[in-house]
Design a protein around this ligand. Structure first.
Ligand SMILES: [Zn+2]
Length: 457
């Protein structure tokens, strides 16, 4: 009898569970249907990338993007939209860079972009012999004797064998971030790096670098991967090859800017918060489509979808358009600072900043085992939409500072194979984004947010 009873209980329980699953799958389908049939993310991306364009923190375009984001979110029906003040670094590229390889009397022009944060070269530019190295160890071994007065050329490619291209990017990033410091320590007068891209093309990819204290500042730029191949080949044939570059960038005083925050008020636990966001700034030379216009457009679409379908979240959902991810993360830091100051309990934060490609899943950071398992339990709901990767890892630069407050951090994971063709380069344009891929991402994010709000963490 006892056995029979528990058997029936189990039956009832699983019936209730599967009913819930069915109800959830209906909502998830509605979210995908609405996005794919009449979503707004693609149109918003078009406006942000083609009407505003490149929008580095501190620039006039970044200010335009803030106003644009605020207006769109108000029109999309947010319960409240507000700006958070934040002071951001203000670096400007100035007049277009010039660069060429000098072999004897021959000059071969190559595409170069100053790295964000770099100083300018002297007005006349600099020209010197080139020392090619793969890494810091090799550079240190050569020492002052070989490197003094030279231009150091960091030419370690992103590892092509890594399936996750973000790992390959991570593995090559030190050359860009601190190559100038290491080169300066051995007496070099300038640095050029092979662009952090895993394809051979003619687009230089910029990105941020930081100067260390106590070492002389030297200018740093990135040349395209094709130019890096050419320079390397030329150096092998003629070790006396020289390189010339001229860049006109400067760092100005910090400038006032903003994060844009839009809310849907929670119906049961309005004092608990969920963040969904991306970063509004982009590199100056790009339209900032995949990085990170797509994350912005998808986040805003989550709000629009909830409003359109009449989904009333239990907790307060905040769509956050973060400022200054690219060269300082001041917006992300400020957001977390204010959250702490105002005693706002953030349950989880989700960021889309890995491009607008076909969604594959989510990376989860800072979740207890039980929470992680619970999220993995949603896999069957996502399976019809091709989402299958729910793994540890992920997060995002902007939401990172919320981590120490105990917030679970979730990174949206689209397919990463093409991202570094466009990342931080002038070809990161609207027309490289596929509408359906973008929309599938928006619906995926909205679905996970819906489930995590409904069932909690
Ligand atoms: Zn980004």
């Amino acid at each position: 009898m006892k056995k029979k009873y528990s058997f029936i209980t189990t039956l009832l329980l699983s019936a209730t569970l599967s009913q819930a699953q069915t109800a959830d799958s209906v909502v998830v389908k509605k979210l995908y249907d609405a996005t794919l049939s009449h979503g707004q993310s693609y149109e918003w991306l078009r406006q942000l990338t083609t009407q505003i364009g490149g929008r580095l923190a501190g620039s006039a375009n970044a200010a335009k993007a803030v106003q644009w984001g605020k207006n769109v979110l108000e029109q999309a029906g947010a319960d409240r939209v507000f700006l958070q003040d934040v002071m951001v670094p203000h670096w400007e590229r100035g007049a277009k860079e010039e660069a060429y390889i000098v072999v004897g009397k021959q000059k071969i022009t190559v595409p170069l972009l100053a790295l964000g944060g770099s100083i300018a070269t002297p007005k006349k530019g600099i020209q010197a012999e080139v020392i090619e190295v793969q890494n810091f160890q090799e550079l240190r071994a050569l020492g002052k004797e070989k490197c003094e007065g030279k231009i150091i050329f960091f030419n370690r490619p992103m590892d092509a064998t890594k399936i996750n291209t973000f790992e390959a990017y991570g593995g090559a990033g030190d050359q860009r971030r601190s190559g100038a410091n290491e080169a300066s320590k051995v007496g070099a007068i300038g640095v050029i790096i092979r662009s952090l891209s895993n394809t051979l093309n003619d687009y230089p990819h910029t990105g941020s670098m930081q100067y260390a204290t106590g070492v002389p500042l030297i200018p740093a730029g990135a040349i395209s991967t094709n130019a890096a191949e050419l320079l390397s080949k030329t150096l092998k044939e003629n070790p006396k090859t020289q390189f010339f570059f001229k860049q006109n960038c400067e760092t100005l005083d910090d400038a006032p800017s903003h994060n844009v925050v839009a809310e849907i008020k929670g119906s049961e636990k309005p004092d608990e918060y969920i963040v969904v966001g991306g970063h509004l700034d982009s590199w100056d030379v790009a339209q900032g489509a995949h990085d990170d216009g797509t994350g912005i457009a998808q986040s805003m679409e989550v709000l629009r979808l909830f409003k359109e379908l009449g989904i009333r979240p239990k907790r307060t959902i905040r769509i956050v358009l973060f400022m200054n991810e690219e060269n300082g993360n001041r917006g992300g830091i400020k957001y977390a600072e204010l959250a702490k100051q105002n005693n706002e309990k953030h349950i989880f934060a989700l960021e889309s900043d890995s491009g607008g490609f076909t969604p594959k899943g989510f990376g989860i950071q800072g979740a207890a085992a039980s929470v992680f398992e619970k999220i993995q339990g949603y896999k069957s709901l996502f399976a019809p939409y091709g989402l299958h990767e729910i793994e540890r890892g992920g997060g995002g630069v902007d939401i990172g500072p919320l981590g120490p407050q105990g917030t679970v951090l979730i990174g949206f994971k689209p397919d990463s194979q093409r991202y570094f063709e466009y990342h931080h380069a002038s070809n990161d344009k609207f027309d490289t984004v596929n509408q359906r891929e973008l929309e599938l991402g928006a619906a995926s994010i909205a679905s996970l947010v819906y489930l995590l709000d409904k069932y909690g963490l």
